[in-house]
Structures are given as C-alpha cells and as structure tokens.
Design a protein. Structure first.
Length: 282
C-alpha cells in the first residue's frame, strides 16, 4: 500500500491525476467505515497542506478551507448567518471528533444525517473542486447526489466550501432531534436563516436533514414566511408545505410517519428560537 502526505496542493493533485486514492483528513468517518485493520490503499493524506485549512473573507463572500475543523468553526468570528453552522458544530460528536473532523469530510461522507449539510444549504454554499486540469464549483445541492455518493471525480479534491456574500446575511439557528443529547446520529435536523427588516421576514432559507436521501431546502415554506412578522414565523409552518419535500425512511431510530411529523415540529421550534430574542427586546 502506498501512502502520500504532501505539503503542497499541486503535489496532491498530481498524485490524484495518477489514479484514485483513499483521501484521508480527519478520518472520523473513514476509520469506522473501514472493516479492515488498515485503510484501503493507496492513501492520500491531505492534513499537511496548510492552504486547505482556515476561514477567509473574500470579495465574493466567505471561504471555508476543506480541512477546516469543527473546532476552527466554533472558534471563528463569523456573521450571525453562520450561527446554525456553529450550533451544528457543537453537536458533531465529541470534542475530540470536533478537533479532528473536517468540513469537507462531512460532505464527502454524504450521510443523510450529516449535521453540517442543512446549515450549509441555507447559506447557498458551493463546493470548490480542484484537479490537475483546473477548478470547478458546484452548488452543494448538486454535489451530494444520494447517500454515500457525491459528484466528485476520482481526480478531484474538495479545496473549499464557498458561501456567497448575499447568503451571509441575517441570523440563523439549528436544532437536532436524537435519542439522547450527545454523540447521536440525527433522527431529524432543522436549519433556518432569516433576514429581518422592521420585524418582518424579507428572506427565508430553510432546510431539513435526515428525512430524505439528501438534506433538502423547503422553497414553498420559505415563500410562505416572506412578508410576515418574525414573531409569527413558527405559527406559519405548515406540514402540508414541509412534508412533500421529504422522503423519510423507517429505521431503528424512527419510522416514516414520526420523522415527517417531527420535521415540521422541529422547524417550528427552530423559528421560535430565532424569534425569542426579538420578542425579549420588545
């Protein structure tokens, strides 16, 4: 088995151009998913590439490097629109997992219950992919295609997650429903980002995770919130606008009917959390 740990992005892309690699970063999902005593080779370890880690403000918005950890997210100064992502980061495993797990790794795992995905969907996130041949970007909604499957080509590496300035506005929240408080796989997740002017909702971005093969936005429910008072947002959540966008499964954690109902209720609670500060200040 060959093992590569380059310090230069160009070298890593060159290795990828020579053939498919098992890409290793935080390995918090990779090791548990490996039935053998060692990772399947050849292995490309990208943890030494400093250019892939960190958070930067750009002319277009925000850039989250691929190997940025959840602890990095928690320690960063980001606008309130990213609060949902920080709430999710606090619930991605233990502190040890948060120290090692990476933004790109959570996306490449492509689990329906990946905590970051609903939050990043509400931020209109794009995935930056690089190969030796060049760079391309994909909306996150098109990057994850189905459970455990993405649109990444074998010769490509995620180099960053991009959030446009237009989506880094407003305030946000995230809630997760599970069987216990910590270290759980989500039954349902809800993320919401709202832009408020004079107490009214002028922009809404809502997403539900763990209730479909891929986390999904709720455009009909988003439209139903526009123009209404923030204080009334939770009351305007309608299961008839939420449920058609979902396709939950029955498993050991919950059945289809429960997930469908819980998604609507969790979204109500998420919006209620966002309206609480405004009501308290009034």
């Amino acid at each position: 088995m060959s093992y590569h740990r380059p310090a230069d992005l160009g070298e890593a892309l060159s290795v990828l151009s020579e053939g498919a690699q098992c890409i290793a970063a935080g390995c918090t999902d990779l090791y548990p998913a490996t039935p053998a005593k060692a990772l399947p080779g050849p292995v490309l370890d990208i943890t030494a590439i400093e250019a892939l880690r960190g958070i930067a403000r750009t002319a277009e918005g925000w850039r989250l490097g691929a190997t940025t950890t959840w602890t990095d997210i928690l320690d960063s100064s980001l606008p309130p629109a990213f609060d949902s992502l920080k709430f999710a980061a606090r619930e991605i495993g233990s502190v040890q997992i948060q120290n090692a797990g990476t933004v790109a790794g959570n996306l490449c795992t492509a689990s329906p219950a990946a905590d970051s995905v609903p939050c990043l969907l509400t931020l209109d996130a794009e995935v930056e992919l690089q190969s030796a041949a060049g760079i391309r970007t994909l909306p996150l909604a098109k990057f994850i295609t189905r459970p455990r499957q993405t649109a990444r080509r074998p010769d490509e590496l995620i180099t960053a997650v991009l959030v446009p300035e237009t989506a880094a506005q407003g305030t946000s929240h995230f809630l997760k429903l599970g069987a216990r408080k910590y270290l759980i796989i989500s039954i349902v997740m809800s993320a919401a980002r709202l832009v408020i002017e004079d107490g009214c909702i002028t922009e809404a971005a809502l997403a539900i995770g763990a209730c479909s093969p891929v986390a999904t936005r709720l455009p009909e429910q988003e439209a139903a919130l526009i123009g209404h008072q923030l204080s009334n947002a939770a009351h305007r959540v309608d299961e008839a606008l939420v449920a058609p966008r979902l396709s939950p499964i029955d498993d050991i954690r919950a059945d289809t009917a429960f997930r469908r109902h819980a998604a609507t209720e969790l979204l109500r609670r998420t919006l209620a959390e966002l309206s609480t500060p405004a009501e308290a200040a009034a």
